[in-house]
Design a protein around this ligand. Structure first.
Ligand code: ATP
Ligand code: ZN
Length: 702
């Protein structure tokens, strides 16, 4: 760290945090007296504050002041004990900012660890000295070579096809690969072997997983396989201090293999050889606020920038990736290489899928609870045999609504267009949108009736019901509520793995990724709603969730023969469930792909969503309509269509009305061109009642 003296001789473009609505998007000019490499972290004055910035352009000779009294403000301090951010990192930020239509400063600063923004030079120095000491400590002792299973022929073929020998070769880089591998086919082993090759070649590996809850298990597997390697993780479950520490270690090159959730795509690695995106179809790869980027799509771009191998993998690839991997001769984009592992390890079979027709049940069976008698019986049999079951319900809490039968009152949220959910464990009514919570009323707040009904069922109530109907069974529940305390998720998963739980109730959180060895029955008790959602991606999401869930059963090949997946449904003949019965993800994807092309939906077209928030719905929509009018010429020129503004799916949250407008283009380039011409004009569109607006490119939920 060195103070920068006055009288700047050079001008330096610096990225600072500039929110989208400020209308500033490029680097700001500062003065410096010596060369500063692009990517260098520094602190600069901004208004009356001093903020973190990134040197973005090479210094150029300072120009004469443009006007009297105008002077270039000098850089306040340079963090030159840190290496500059790698050039490929800067290129990634530049691309992503343009693609997602954000300011480069907004994006770049948002993806740095928050803690870094708060540090001055002395504080940073202290942390770096601590890292120096740790780095100079004794290197890890020699370890016995860890055991690795012999590869199956399918695994070996996939590894061969990845093109790892071509990493770093300009013009002959490895291809982007999409691995379509059924659950339990040994995809993780493929990642580990590919990582081994890449690490041996002196390059780094980035492995992305969709959710923090999947990191501990994978981290343990990776650490066991590579005991002598430096393995780090980056995800939002880390404390701010630890996240900064890991990030600094990455920037200093002190990592071989980095594991993380979507934020890790922006880790400043500079010797990347391999990027793995596990469960690539998962919606959590899309950031849902601020700069709404897709870590999956950026992994493909980053792989290209670094000439690294990219492996996207899933048992149910997203339709976008599926289309990209489909040969052009078949109407696909032919951009990725398609690889498959259709068999389960050890010759295990996928569970038999049984559709339980709710229409066939008697009235008293429906009245008795959420679980049909035949399913209760099946659960009892597993219990008697000492096997585990997993019961899925994608709704947490006890009941989604509280209702007064006397006057019709329901537990609506006063601030949102949503119901407040009844949570029995802490006797609260909680809004899952704005977080407003209060004690559950003893009497109806409208008429005083003491008899309030809980309508519908969430995971808490399902666990109660199971405890009642399976006396003696050890019931566990894993959802966002049960895992709030630090370490509680790990503890609960350990109980399941140790066999201390007989029946596990959970949300989608437990449906994917986990290598549960003793589960032989998985049941989805109420999946129908997604069949009729207005979101065109709902069936794709439901199908992949059910396939993933089915994949949690019978992972021990010896037990796979008796393993089952039960689905309770009113629509057993629906094509989605029929494809599930046949485990036919390819046929399902093919049918969805055709439907999307016929309807002109992604991946046939490209979308963006302009959202506005205002005090009234009318103001939000009026602003969007005015925006559309401003963009009409650019839209006509590029062949892009703007649909009329509509209320957002959850129209009001925390007293704010939300509306949205869909923008559709036949190809990506005209969409980008139109947005780039149009969005800057919107900063001038003043409407005092509009609080915020934002653009979402490639939106996931519509
Ligand atoms: N070649 C192999 N020989 C023996 N066992 C293997 C082999 N490859 C993987 N396994 C084991 O098979 C099990 C399933 O593998 P893994 O968890 O990698 O599957 P997956 O395809 O990642 O599954 P999912 O998509 O459901 O997460 C693991 O317990 C793993 O250790
Ligand atoms: Zn609310």
């Amino acid at each position: 760290m060195s103070p920068v003296p006055q009288a700047p001789a050079q001008t330096l473009g610096v990225l600072v945090e500039t929110p989208q609505h400020s209308g500033l998007s490029g680097p700001l000019d500062y003065g410096c007296d010596r060369p500063i490499a692009p990517g260098t972290l520094l602190r600069v004055p901004l208004g009356r504050r001093e903020v973190l910035g990134i040197a973005w352009t090479a210094p150029r000779p300072a120009e004469a002041p443009a006007a009297e009294g105008w002077a270039l403000r000098p850089v306040a301090a340079v963090f030159d004990r840190l290496p500059p951010l790698p050039a490929t990192w800067c290129a990634l930020i530049d691309f992503a900012a343009r693609y997602y239509q954000r300011g480069a400063g907004e994006l770049a600063l948002a993806v740095l660890p928050a803690e870094l923004r708060k540090l001055d030079a002395t504080q940073l120095d202290r942390r770096l000295r601590r890292l120096d000491r740790a780095a100079s400590a004794a290197p890890p002792a020699a370890h016995p070579a860890p055991e690795r299973p012999a590869l199956t022929p399918e695994q070996a073929a996939v590894l061969d096809a990845l093109g790892l020998e071509r990493i770093g070769q300009a013009g002959a880089e490895p291809p982007v690969s999409l691995l379509d591998g059924v659950t339990g086919s040994g995809k993780t082993e493929v990642y580990l072997r590919a990582a081994e090759t890449v690490l041996a070649g002196g390059r780094q590996v980035l492995m992305l997983v969709p959710e923090i809850n999947l990191t501990p298990q994978l981290e343990a597997r990776v650490a066991a396989r590579f005991p002598a390697r430096r393995i780090l993780s980056l995800h939002s479950g880390l404390s701010p201090a630890l996240r900064l520490r890991h990030w600094l270690q990455v920037l200093r090159g002190e990592v071989d293999l980095l594991l993380g959730t979507r934020m890790a795509i922006f880790a400043p690695l500079d010797r990347l050889g391999l990027l793995v995106v596990d469960e690539e179809h998962d919606p959590s790869y899309k950031q849902q606020d601020g700069a709404r980027y897709s870590a999956r799509d950026l992994a493909v771009l980053r792989g290209r920038l670094e000439r690294a191998a990219v492996l996207l993998a899933s048992a149910t690839p997203s339709l976008e990736s599926w289309h990209n991997a489909r040969p052009q001769a078949e109407g696909g984009a032919g951009r990725y290489q398609r690889l498959a592992m259709p068999s389960r390890i050890g010759g295990g079979v996928l569970p038999r899928v049984r559709l339980l027709d709710l229409g066939q049940l008697r009235r008293e069976d429906h009245a008795a609870g959420l679980i049909a008698p035949a399913l209760v019986e099946a659960l009892q049999q597993r219990l008697a045999r000492g096997e585990q079951s997993l019961v899925l319900l994608n709704r947490r809490g006890y009941a989604p609504v509280l209702h007064c039968a006397a006057c019709g009152w329901k537990s609506g949220c006063p601030h949102c267009s949503a119901w407040r959910v009844f949570h029995k464990s802490d006797r609260s009514l909680r809004c899952h949108h704005c977080g407003a919570a209060e004690r559950v009323p003893r009497h109806c707040p409208e008429c005083g009736n003491a008899d309030l009904d809980a309508l519908g069922r969430g995971t808490e109530r399902l666990a109660d019901e199971l405890a009642e109907r399976l006396p003696g069974a050890r019931i566990g529940r894993i959802d966002a509520d049960s895992t709030r305390a630090a370490g509680s998720l790990e503890a609960q998963l350990a109980q399941v793995h140790a066999g201390d739980i007989d029946v596990l109730v959970g949300t989608q959180m437990v449906a994917k990724g986990h290598d549960f060895r003793r589960i032989t029955l998985v049941a989805a008790v109420q999946p129908d709603a997604a069949l009729f959602s207005s979101d065109f991606r709902a069936p794709e999401r439901l199908f992949s969730l059910l396939m993933q869930a089915a994949g949690r059963a019978g992972r021990e090949a010896s037990q796979s023969g008796q393993s089952e997946m039960w689905v309770q449904t009113w629509h057993p003949t629906h094509p989605l469930y029929q494809a599930l019965v046949r485990h036919d993800a390819a046929a399902f994807a093919e049918a969805q792909w055709r439907e999307r092309f016929e309807a002109g939906l992604p991946p046939a077209t490209h979308l963006a969503l302009l959202r506005a928030e205002a005090r009234t719905q009318e103001a939000a929509q009026a602003w969007l309509a005015a925006a559309a009018a401003l963009g009409a010429a650019a839209a006509a020129e590029t062949g892009v269509s703007c649909f009329p503004p509509v209320p957002s799916p959850v129209q009001r949250v925390a007293q704010v009305e939300r509306a949205q407008m869909l923008i559709e283009a036949p190809r990506r380039a005209p969409l980008q061109q139109m947005l780039a011409a149009w969005l800057p004009q919107l900063h001038g569109l003043r409407e005092p009642r509009v609080l915020r607006w934002a653009i979402d490119v490639d939106p996931l939920a519509i």
